[in-house]
Design a protein around this ligand. Structure first.
Ligand SMILES: NC(=O)c1ccc[n+]([C@@H]2O[C@H](COP(=O)([O-])OP(=O)(O)OC[C@H]3O[C@@H](n4cnc5c(N)ncnc54)[C@H](OP(=O)(O)O)[C@@H]3O)[C@@H](O)[C@H]2O)c1
Length: 278
């Protein structure tokens, strides 16, 4: 079974290009794939097609790939639901997982994530029911690990108070202006939870343009995106990229070779905390 990789390839918003782009990402070296059973934003069956093509071509075997999918509440879906909306939430989780395994042509995923809690601020009884159902899927061997996404510190604290088990992953949109989600990252690092950061580029366009980052990139002969991914890794994040460009895929993977001194890491964290519009 595949270990947790150091980069995740995100498959959202790729529609009919999902299979070819995911196959390309695997061929270029990505070993972590993020998807969701949410047809509105993801084409999970296309990820399954990419996996079949990659196995057939002998590029990878199932065990080489870290596969992550999500359970999404009905309010985050369109009409193409992977479960019976009249069923209980626990049954919806079961049905969503069964459908994901079918889409992905596998009998287990590596990570199963709650796409987002049911309310903006609180961890509700619905979330508790879903989380317990997700644990059952894990205990049945259909996922190795569990995670939650789009959560605040309050969600995580309430979740910790109502369950005996912490998630293995937290996946959040990572805003530099919020100290790169500092409070949630701190909560995670204190509990050995791996923090997955997405929209590191698109949520932080002003950072990519910032003279400190631009200067650093020029000096090191790398791109500003590579600096951001290197920074993310240096502070302990597992970054996602959703690029559709082969060149960017290569550059993103190459960011693993970019090392930033602790002083530079501190500078990037501080520069963005004090305001990113300069
Ligand atoms: N849990 C959730 O609710 C949630 C929400 C959103 C996303 N996600 C996950 O996170 C993944 C990534 O989403 P994202 O918002 O980070 O990315 P994204 O928006 O899918 O793509 C990154 C954007 O940055 C551009 N870009 C420019 N230079 C780049 C470079 N060197 N490397 C990468 N991208 C570059 C890309 O353009 P090019 O294509 O031209 O490179 C693209 O427009 C998604 O696919 C999904 O799997 C999860």
């Amino acid at each position: 079974m595949s270990a947790v990789p150091d980069f995740l390839y995100g498959t959202a918003w790729k529609e009919e290009r999902t299979a070819s782009l995911t196959e390309l990402a695997i061929r270029l070296g990505f070993r972590g794939i993020d998807t969701a059973n949410q047809r509105r934003h993801y084409f999970e069956a296309g990820v399954g097609q990419a996996l079949v093509a990659s196995y057939r071509a002998g590029v990878v075997a199932r065990a080489d790939i870290f596969l992550q999918t999500k359970f999404t509440y009905q309010r985050g879906q369109d009409h193409r639901l992977p479960y019976d909306p009249a069923a209980s939430l626990a049954v919806q989780v079961e049905q969503s997982m069964a459908s994901s395994l079918e889409h992905l042509g596998t009998d287990y995923v590596d990570s199963f994530v709650l796409h987002g809690p049911s309310a903006s601020y609180d961890w509700t009884d619905d979330d508790a029911e879903v989380w317990e159902a997700m644990k059952k899927q894990r205990d049945a061997g259909r996922t190795r690990l569990l995670g939650v996404s789009n959560v605040s510190l309050e969600h995580l604290e309430q979740m910790a108070a109502s369950h005996n088990e912490a998630p293995a992953f937290v996946q959040n949109r990572c805003y530099a202006r919020l100290g790169w989600d500092r409070d949630v990252r701190l909560f995670c690092s204190e509990r050995n939870i791996i923090y997955q950061g997405f929209s590191l580029l698109t949520a932080n366009l002003e950072v990519l343009r910032h003279p400190v980052i631009a200067g650093l990139a020029t000096k090191a002969n790398v791109t500003t995106a590579q600096v951001v991914f290197a920074f993310a890794r240096a502070v302990g994040m597992l970054p996602l990229t959703g690029t559709s460009s082969a060149e960017h895929m290569k550059q993103d993977l190459a960011s693993r070779e970019v090392t930033l001194s602790p002083e530079l890491v501190r500078q990037i964290e501080a520069l963005t905390v004090s305001g990113t519009n300069s």
